[in-house]
Design a protein around this ligand. Structure first.
Ligand code: FES
Length: 215
């Protein structure tokens, strides 16, 4: 029957591996990447559960989950590349095509959308047009609705964002500066001063020493 891959009507051989597991003799893996993946594997009773952090580590090295990156992860984890490709193609933050190395995810879900996220995304896209270093895309709720409209810039949450913030935001990304520091969620103070990190500006009323004591 045309239009179907051959064998489509035959029972699956469940004992057969879908592909070979790469041999450590044949695949060169950067030492730091190998070490990081092995570190993740050591945290799980079943080491293959480390697929997500291992792929994320490879993506940081290669810029995306390229076939080479997947093969390196498969080699360290001793699983088939196909099993990792299945994970990489499912999860939104794992890239299976080359992209710019800086991610700018503009949330366009309901809270952000109601506060102008669509216009914000258009503005970011227009300002980033032609810049191959930037991976600008819409994203579903990033879980920071209280700072809507917001974006995740290389993993740093910033908001509430206005259209006027866009030039500064992209300028900060391109020059390697902290992005819009005054709008970073991690730097915002919360009601409980004990929850504020010493890395960030101390609470104006009360701060916490390194032992967690309020002073
Ligand atoms: S809707 Fe944008 S962070 Fe939740």
């Amino acid at each position: 029957m045309s239009g179907f891959a051959s064998g489509w009507d035959q029972a699956t051989d469940r004992d057969k591996l879908p592909a070979e597991i790469p041999s450590p003799d044949q695949v060169e893996v950067p030492a730091a990447l190998r070490q990081e993946i092995e570190g993740h594997m050591s945290l799980y009773p079943d080491p293959t559960s480390a697929a997500l952090p291992a792929l994320a580590a490879a993506q940081r090295v290669h810029g995306w989950c390229s076939p080479e990156a997947i093969e390196q992860v498969a080699c360290v984890m001793q699983v088939t590349p196909a099993s990792l490709a299945a994970v990489a193609t499912f999860y939104d933050m794992l890239e299976t095509e080359p992209v710019g190395r800086h991610s700018v995810y503009v949330c366009t879900n309901i809270s952000c959308s109601l506060r102008g996220a669509d216009a914000l995304l258009d503005a970011v896209k227009a300002a980033a047009e032609g810049d191959g270093e930037l991976n600008v895309r819409a994203f579903e709720c990033l879980g920071a609705c209280d700072i809507a409209p917001m974006a995740s810039v290389d993993g740093v949450y910033v908001g509430p964002l206005a259209i006027e913030d866009v030039p500064q935001l992209l300028d900060d990304v391109r020059s390697g500066r902290p992005v819009l520091p005054e709008k970073q969620l991690a730097r915002m103070l919360v009601a409980d001063p004990a929850a504020n990190s010493q890395q960030y500006p101390s609470h104006p009323v009360q701060s916490v020493d390194n032992e967690g004591q309020r002073r």
